[in-house]
Every structure is written in C-alpha cells, then in structure tokens.
Design a protein around this ligand. Structure first.
Ligand SMILES: Nc1ncnc2c1ncn2[C@@H]1O[C@H](COP(=O)(O)OP(=O)(O)OP(=O)(O)O)[C@@H](O)[C@H]1O
Length: 908
C-alpha cells in the first residue's frame, strides 16, 4: 500500500503543464518575433502567445489541480539571457564541438567545416542550415527541453551532454535546434526586451523584475499571488536586490535640484556588492545578483564586527582592494588583483567593504525609508575598520559653489568623482532616476577633460575565424620626424561610443586598406612607421588611409600592453573626425606629457577645475557636435519606414545611388535616400564599382574626395536631387532629369562624359539650353582653360555682377582679397584643380609662377611631400611665405565661409 501511494505521488509530481506545450510552437514564435521588423507586430506575436498559454493553463489547472502549472520553464527559455541558476560550461567553441559530435559528423566533412569556421554569431544559423537536411518533426515539449538544460548544468561532462543533445536532435526540427543553440549560449537577440516579455506574462512582471532582478523570484512571486505585496516590499536576507543606480549629473538639473536637501558622498571606485548577514551567516552578491560568498567568507567575514544588536542586515556598497602593506586602497583601474578572486591567504591584498546604504535591519526592510534615515541607521551599526569595513560620510550640500568645491577637491584627490543623493530618496532597485546622481569630470564638455584625437592604426576582429568585423580599434599618436616622415605609436584601444551602424561604416572605410598583422613590433607605411606595444592587433592599417577618432576617457591608467606606458580607462569615441588629417592627430609628446609620473597612481585627465559656466554651457554644445556627426552616419541606418515607402515614378529605373553627405540647408541623408527610392532608385550604403550609378554629395568631405580620386564614381551635387524632385521628393517626373556637367556634377566618370557629349560641349555649355544665372556663367568661364578666356575672366568686373545679382544670393566671394599661387606636380589631381577653380570663382586672385617674384601664400597638396615641394618652388619662397594645403579651400567652400586662418597651414 505504502509503495502504491508513493508511486502515485511521483506521477502527480512529475505532471507538469509545460509537458503540454510544444517546444516547436515556442521556437516558431521566437523565429517570427526575431524576423519581424515592426515593433508592434513583434509585441503582438508575443502577447498572443502568452494570452494563449495563460488561458490554456487556467483550463489545465481546473482539470489537474495538483500538477505543477508553473510557466517558469517557458519564461526562462524565452529569456535565457537572464538565466542565473544554470550554467552549461558551453561557449561557442565547445558548443561547436558538441554539435559536431552529436551529429556524428566527420571532422573533415563539409558540415563540420561549416560549423568550425563560421563566426560566433552565425553558429545558430549554421546549425539551422545543417539540421534542415536531416530533421524529424519537432515533438519535444518545453518541459523536456527545460529539464535537459538543467541536466546539462548539473553534469557538464562533454560525453553526457553529447548524448543528451543527440536525444534532443532526434526529436526536433531545424528551427528548434537554432533556438536551442541560442538558449545554451544565452544569446537570444530577440529584439524584445526582458521587461516587455515579462509584461505580457503579468502586468507587474516587468516592475518586479526591475526590483528583484531574478527571473525565478519574479515568477514565484507572481504565481504565488504575492505580486502586489512584492511591489511594496518583500525584502529578505539572502535574496539579492537589484542595485539602485545613479543618473548622470547634467546642468539641466541644477536649478531646482540644488534647492533641495542634497548630500554628497565619495564615489568609490571598486565593485558594487551587497552584503547579506543573518545570525552570523554572510553572503555577498554582485551587481548582477551573482553570489561570490566563498572568497569573501574566507578573507573578509572573519574580520567583520557588527554591533551585538544586529541579527540580520543587508548593506549596499562597494568592494575595494586594500593593500595591507602599503595601507592603501586600489581603484578599479589600477588594482593588481580581482577583488572577487583573492585566493592566496598570504596575499597582502584584502577585500574591504565600503558600505553606503542599508536596505534591511533585523528583518525589517528600510528600502522605503528616506535616505537620511537609512544613513543615520547605518552610522550606528558598526565601527569603521580601515581595510575591512567602512561607511561613507555624507556631507550636506549648501549651494552650487559648495558642490563644485567638493567635486574639484575630489578630483584633486584622484577620486572618480562624487555622488549626490536626494535626502528624501527611497531605495529604488534598478532605478536610475530615483534621486542619486553621479558627477564625473568627463561628463563636462570640451576642455574640462582632455579629448584625444587619435588615428586608427589597427583593429581587433570580433571573431578570429571569420575575420570580417572589427569591434575594437587600436589607435595611435603621431610623431613628426621630418617634413615627409611621421611615425605613429599605439596608445590604446577603443570600442564604445559608436552605434552598430557607425561601426559598420567605419569598418567599411577601413576594409580596403587592412593588412594582416603578423606579430611585428613595427611596420612601415609610405610615410613612416607604426610602433606597437606588447598587444598586437589582428590587422593594421596605414595611417594615411585611416580615420581619426576623437576619444574621451575617464583617466589614464598604467599599461604594459601599449607602446606608451599609460593608456585610456573607459575610453569612448566622441566623434569621427573625417575633417581631420591623420597627421593632425595628437602627438606622442602631448600624450606623454599627460602621463607625467604621479605617485604611480591613475592619471586624471582633468584639465582644470569645473566652474559654474561649465554647468550651463556644456551639454548644449555637446549635443550639437554629436548631432552633426550623427547626421553623416544617419544615412547608414536602415529604417523600417523605408519598407513602407510609396514609389511615385520610376525615373531612376533601379539605378543605384550612394547618398554620402548633406549640409544644413539640404534635406537630411535619410530624406534624400527616401527621395531616390520614391523615384525608383536603389540605395547602397557604400559605393560599389561598376554598380553604383552616382554618389550624392551635399558637401565635398574628405570621404567624398577620396572617392573622386578613385575616378570610378559620378559624384552629383545633392542640390540636383532637391531641385528636380522637391524637398520631399514630391514632384513626379516622366524622365530622368538632366545632369548638367557644370552645375550638378562634381565628378564624371568617362562613361558619364561620353553620354553627355551629345548634349554639352567640352566646357559643359549646353547645345540646347540657355545660361540662366550668373552662377552658371561664372562656372562656364571657369571651365574654359584657354589663355584668352582666362584673361577675359580676370577682367570681368565681378563686383558689378555681384551687385546686379545680389538677389540671386551670390555674395560669397570670400577669397576676394587674397592672392595666392597654386603648385602641384600631379596634373591629374582633380581636387587640386577644383580647389583652384573655387578659389578663383570665389574672388581669389591666382598669382603666377612665371616671374621670380616671391609669393605670400602658395596652395599645395601636402600629400606630395613638403620637402619635394619646397625644392620645386624654392625661388618663390621667402621667409614670410605660407604653404597651405589646398583642402582648406574645399573645406571653407563646404561651410560657406573662411575657416579659421589656414587650418591646413604647413609653415609660416
Ligand atoms: N557613494 C556611492 N553611492 C552610490 N554608488 C556609488 C558610490 N560610490 C561608488 N558608487 C558606484 O558608482 C556607481 C554609480 O554609477 P551607475 O549606477 O551609473 O553605475 P555604473 O554604470 O557602474 O557607473 P560608473 O561606470 O560611472 O561607475 C554604482 O554602481 C556604484 O558601484
């Protein structure tokens, strides 16, 4: 009898609602969600799924009241990236091996090679492709998959996992395996956030997750009917709570903000940890709620002494490394050991817990009490013991000046910054807007923190097997050897700060020039050498073919990996300086000066104290710079609107365009692309030889110029597009509008020239159409190169013409008072000639080299080598002659005014 009862109980226990749910239904949903671009549609798929299974569950529970009806297995599969309890010991590399074995593939078979060589992010898709050939129907239940993943976690022996995976393969289809692969790797990339998914599961799901940061806890609270109660507070010891975060301090806050009661605390620079203690048992949880009790219980717990009244407590704080010999703390950037990983008992390093908040005391939650009350309590419960456990000392802020003094003093003390806390703020788990603010020097714009302009000299691939996507750039500082030679030195790596689209664009520009790095310490390029440090990039790039990045960092830290002995901490790209030549990057000397020895400590790169003006001016300025650069990039972002765009005529007949630059007066890049598509054209993000009909350029940036030099692409002025189709592309046309050589084309390929031959003469004068404006006439005259016509041109009274045609807005003769010579040995340098024409067209006077007169200004092409140029024109040079790179004319023309005096000046 006894026997019978037990086995019946087992049957009941093993009955689970998720046995009724097909895994292939779930993977079908995940596939549909991840393939859908429209956000609303994605949401509706997920919502529909949850509505359906919740209803199904309600019916099931009625019939099987004793069975396990939890939806946790479903949720933890969909949100595998949040999985904390299970780890499978499988990364992309080992998972490849596992699949090869489970599928019984021979190492040299085509499928095995595909699995081995694909990039990490492609692995699930490759598994999908291979499985298509061999799968059965998907008959697995969610329960079965979830259970197997638990087994994977409990037993990480490869032979065991191989058998289990094979069992699953036999019962699944290709899509099932694709998603299983993603679940094991915990990289779902579902395009649907965790909180959103949880919202579909339960209206309080996402809020509870924000608070508790733990899937199983959230599901448990909801399914046990405790969601309302939990929203208020169910803080328990040994249940980690999501950390409250800090908002960045910006000037927009300061008016009202500093009128409140605000406290300042030191911003400690270690690792965020929670200390939980109950009746002498201690546990420690990281910011992501992972437990790291073992090490801390060995090295820290035995030294901690709470007041005897404390039976249970949860403290929030920062774990720092303390050097017991030197009696000093290490910041995160300079610490020689990982605070979570101190294992050696004889080590001079010890973890020290710096508490700044208390969330629970003697089983009573304090999370909903104001900051000041929590702080008061915290001060009473233990004595500070340096190097073991200490607490912050909040200071009440009197006014803005007081706040700035405290901040500047903190920076002076080499601290990371300060934290400001609203006296009334309660502890809001996971919240960044709850009344805590972090102030750091690099949040201020411009010259508070040094901005580095560094040229990209190398790259690190995301995946070494495929070597097709650089995710991190090695950047360098320059050192001039002589006029023609400049070396570059590796100073740091930078990855953050650009969007995925921007990174794609940078990578595409670098791609044609990348050279595989074979471990050399130095490599040569045609203007000098690059010197690397110990860490070698996967590929290098000649600086003269590269891009300058403007980077900011929070500080400079010691490194043994770069050429320089210091490198950036928390570097991020703040700008892509397409306007800057690689030689204009920061110099090695400048960099080394920043790194002057200072007690062996981290180098703050704060240039000066922050003052009240910085609080007002900075953010606006910053936004502007970013916007202008973002706009250049914006056009490379695919937009879901594009898919829904209506084509109103087909005058472009599938012709491919690359919209590259715009100006403030022209429509945005996005808008221009839309215009092209509306008229039947195609867009490419990068010009393709033989395929791209034309580049559309609003301004002749360095990038556009580089494409013109290639001589493979027509470059059409963006105004052509707007003039013919309207600002919004609204005008319907029957035929492709004519492209006028003088007015619309910056560069024409031979093919284009040939096709225009029947319509325009050699100077670009139309056989059919009359000249309509002075602008046109001037350009036409410019294009005529014969002696007579040149003379005619110089004799024309442009002043009168200007007056006469003021109504046309032709007042931009900004080179009017300048006389200059032009020297370039390369006669085919299209850009140089176009700069010369623009100079003349905008009123400049071109001095001749015929006489032996000395010229004051000579425009040259710097790329031809200064030494060589100087030899060629030595007799025209005097002490006062200034050599200026011709790009200054192009750049001035682009912005419609003279740029600061000779930005591209070479000497003088
Ligand atoms: N006194 C303090 N009060 C609150 N947080 C502090 C304090 N001292 C140091 N910190 C740390 O500063 C961090 C606050 O910044 P935020 O919440 O944005 O985290 P973060 O993204 O790690 O930021 P950062 O990189 O600036 O440290 C906290 O996570 C915490 O680790």
């Amino acid at each position: 009898m006894q026997q019978k009862t037990t086995s019946f109980k087992n049957i009941i226990e093993s009955m689970a609602f998720t046995q009724e749910l097909k895994f292939s239904d779930l993977t079908k949903l995940l596939e549909a969600v991840s393939n859908t671009k429209a956000v609303k549609k994605r949401d509706s798929y997920m919502k529909e799924y949850f509505d359906k299974i919740l209803k199904f569950k309600a019916d099931y529970v009625k019939k099987n009241p004793q069975a396990d009806s939890s939806l946790f297995p479903v949720i933890r599969l969909i949100l595998s990236q949040e999985e904390k309890e299970r780890s499978y010991g499988l990364q992309e590399k080992s998972l490849r091996q596992l699949y090869i074995k489970a599928l019984n593939l021979h190492k040299t078979s085509a499928d095995a090679i595909k699995i081995t060589n694909c990039s990490d992010d492609r692995l699930p898709n490759i598994v999908n492709d291979i499985m298509k050939m061999r799968t059965s129907d998907g008959t697995l239940s969610i329960h079965e998959v979830d259970r197997t993943l638990s087994l994977f976690s409990d037993n990480q022996k490869l032979s065991f996992q191989e058998n289990e995976l094979r069992r699953l393969i036999l019962q699944s289809n290709a899509i099932d395996q694709k998603w299983l692969c993603k679940m094991i790797l915990k990289k779902m990339n579902l395009q649907l956030g965790t909180t959103k998914v949880l919202k579909f599961f339960h209206p309080k799901g996402h809020e509870l997750f924000l608070k508790y940061n733990h899937l199983s806890r959230v599901v448990e609270l909801i399914e046990s009917g405790k969601s309302e109660e939990a929203m208020i507070d169910v803080t328990e010891v040994f249940r980690p709570i999501r950390s409250m975060l800090c908002q960045r301090f910006t000037s927009s806050l300061n008016k009202d903000f500093l009128r409140k009661e605000i406290y300042q605390e030191t911003k400690m620079d270690g690792e965020r940890f929670q200390l939980h203690m109950k009746n002498g048992e201690y546990r420690y949880y990281s910011r992501n709620s992972h437990e790291f009790s073992e090490g801390f219980n060995t090295f820290l717990t035995p030294l901690i002494k709470f007041s005897t009244v404390v039976h249970s407590i949860i403290l929030d704080g920062e774990m720092l490394v303390y050097d017991t010999q030197q009696s000093r703390y290490f910041t995160k950037g300079e610490t020689p050991v990982d605070v979570k990983n101190i294992k050696d008992k004889s080590s001079k390093f010890r973890p020290c817990f710096c508490a700044f908040d208390i969330l629970l005391y003697n089983d009573k939650s304090y999370m909903n009490r104001p900051y000041t009350e929590r702080c008061q309590l915290l001060q009473q419960l233990f004595e500070d013991r340096i190097g073991v456990m200490v607490k912050t000392k909040p200071i009440r802020i009197r006014d803005v000046d007081h706040m700035l003094d405290l901040f500047n003093a903190a920076v002076e003390e080499q601290e990371e910054g300060i934290v400001l806390k609203d006296a009334q703020s309660i502890y809001k788990p996971g919240d960044r807007q709850g009344g805590w603010y972090k102030v750091k020097a690099d949040y201020f714009d411009g010259d508070v923190v040094k901005e580095f302009d560094c040229v990209i000299i190398g790259g690190f691939y995301e995946n070494l097997n495929s070597r097709n996507f650089i995710h991190k750039y090695l950047v360098g500082a320059v050192e001039k050897i002589d006029e023609d030679c400049m070396n570059v030195f590796a100073v740091g790596e930078v990855s953050q700060g650009v969007t995925a689209q921007e990174r794609i664009k940078i990578n595409e520009s670098l791609k044609p020039h990348l050279v595989e790095h074979l471990g050399e310490s130095e490599v040569s390029f045609n203007r000098g050498k690059i010197f690397f440090g110990k860490k070698k990039p996967h590929c290098w790039i000649p600086p003269d073919k590269s891009i300058v990045l403007e980077c900011k960092a929070s500080e400079l830290v010691r490194t043994s990996e770069q050429y320089t002995s210091y490198t950036f901490r928390f570097p991020r790209i703040t700008n892509i300086r397409r306007d800057k030549l690689w030689e204009e990057s920061d110099t090695l000397k400048q960099f080394q000066e920043m790194c002057q020895e200072n007690d062996g400590r981290v180098k703050k790169i704060v240039m000066r104290n922050v003052n009240k003006d910085d609080l007002i001016a900075a953010p606006q300025k910053k936004r502007r710079t970013l916007r202008s650069n973002r706009e250049i990039i914006e056009g490379f972002c695919r937009n879901s609107e594009d898919d829904e765009m209506e084509v109103i005529d087909n005058v472009f007949d599938g012709k491919e365009f690359c919209v590259m630059t715009t100006t403030p007066k022209l429509p945005s890049l996005k808008q221009m692309k839309k215009i092209i598509k509306q008229h039947g054209g195609n867009i490419t993000e990068f010009p393709r030889k033989g395929k791209t009909f034309a580049i559309i350029a609003g301004s002749l940036t360095r990038n556009v110029n580089a494409y013109m030099k290639d001589k493979c692409y027509n470059v059409i002025d963006a105004k052509w597009l707007v003039n013919n189709f309207g600002e919004k592309g609204e005008k319907t046309l029957k035929d492709m509008p004519s492209i006028r050589p003088l007015l619309d084309l910056h560069f024409a390929t031979d093919e284009m020239k040939e096709s225009l031959r029947n319509i325009y003469d050699d100077y670009g004068d139309s056989y059919n159409e009359e000249i309509k404006t002075v602008d046109e006439l001037k350009l036409l005259l410019e294009s005529m190169k014969s002696e007579n016509i040149e003379n005619d041109l110089s004799e024309m009274n442009f002043k009168d013409l200007d007056k006469e045609f003021e109504s046309f807005g032709l007042k931009n003769n900004f080179f009017r008072n300048m006389s200059a010579g032009f020297f370039a040995s390369d006669n085919d340098n299209v850009l140089f000639h176009s700069a010369k024409s623009i100079f003349k067209f905008r009123g400049g006077n071109i001095s001749s080299f015929d006489t032996e007169n000395e010229l004051k200004i000579i425009f040259i092409d710097k790329d031809e080598g200064i030494k060589k140029i100087k030899e060629n024109i030595s007799k025209h040079l005097s002490h006062g002659t200034v050599l200026v790179d011709y790009r200054w004319i192009l750049n001035s023309n682009d912005v419609g005014k003279l740029l600061d005096k000779y930005r591209n000046k070479i000497n003088g």
